[in-house]
Design a protein around this ligand. Sequence first.
Ligand SMILES: Cc1ncc(COP(=O)(O)O)c(C=O)c1O
Length: 415
Amino acid sequence: MNVDKIRENFPHIDDMIYLGAAGSAPFNLVNYNAVMECWNRRRYGSTLGGTDHAWFSEKDPLAREEGAKLVGASPDELCITSRVVQGINIIKDTLGYNEPWNKGDNVVMTDQAYPSTGHTLLSLNRHGVELRVIKHRDGRIMREDMENAVDENTRLVVINRTSVGSGFTYDVKQVCEIAHERGTYVLDDAVQTIGSKVVDLHDDDVDFMVTGSYKWQCGPPEAGFLYVKQSLCEELLPSFWSYINVDKGPGITGFDKFPFGAADHDSVKTYDYPFPKTAQRFEQGTTATDEIWAWHAVLKWLNGLGKENIERRNMRLGLYLSEELEEIGCKVKTPADPEPDALNTHRHALTMYTTGSDELDRKTTAQLRGRPIKQVRGPTMKYQAGYGGVRVSPHFYNTEEEIDLFVAYLKKLMS
Ligand SMILES: Cc1ncc(COP(=O)(O)O)c(C=O)c1O
């Protein structure tokens, strides 16, 4: 993997030591160039007539194709969303639309989930649905606790594939086994994993997955995917009806696919088609053209670099960072390897450490930005249900030398 070449796409990272991919990736020229290309097409290439609708969404299927390669899915199982929260809401609403939420139902999550999970699911309280929150043990989610929490009344298990603060990364296959044995679904928020670690949704047998573009995927700010397993695309009706996402039959391509040009454009009959048997039935209307141009370009770029290569590099960076931190007396809190009774697999680059004192963690984290010559950006204090420390998230564009400089400066601040 040619790190120098990768770095050329991130013009700001030479001015700082950027270690914050878990928050958001730095400005990336792959996005910028694609957005410019999109707007130049609009400015110079558009017919400025009624046919704009066709190219507004021309990159959507291409983005789904690249996304599918990255996550081990079929393009038909991906629908484009704005980001994670929209995807979680779609699933919550879709399940309730197909079978009303009732008192006695429960939904299982963990106290290591990002607030977007819990906050969205809280809305189920009004139906009397129980929200079961599994408590971590020393930052780990234990198999036994998941087995005890999920029962025949569980309608959904929601996990964050890599926990936002601790970096605990699930072996999602195990979670799916537990859920499926009890007849329920798994919704996997993989935003902190995809783009850094290999994700294979088919192999894991995941039911639903949500992600967003702007963290480890280095994409634009406002794009995401919702994955719905093929059998569920055929089984579940969408709760959000969009006249655009209907199946107009085979042989209809390009502009013809849209109802806008039809002679009876404004009649309900024009839109009276079934939903497609793909995840597109869950799409919430139109997509953001320039964002999808950018995201498609970034996904293609990531696939070209190779997800296995990226994973290898990021696992190495995570390990290197951990060793360096421990050398200066910090404790790394991210579980590194699978543990027999916990539901985790190997970690990637997201790393949480503590200097040993909360006060010193706060002080040193605030001071990192003051590093002479190049500031350190990205390390952030994180606490989730009492498990906390400082989160550092290097990505494939970072070098070992940058990690050395960060750790040497931290050591100085600690003394
Ligand atoms: C695990 C996880 N899910 C969701 C989000 C945010 O969701 P959205 O992008 O929809 O705001 C974050 C942001 O840090 C996250 O870490």
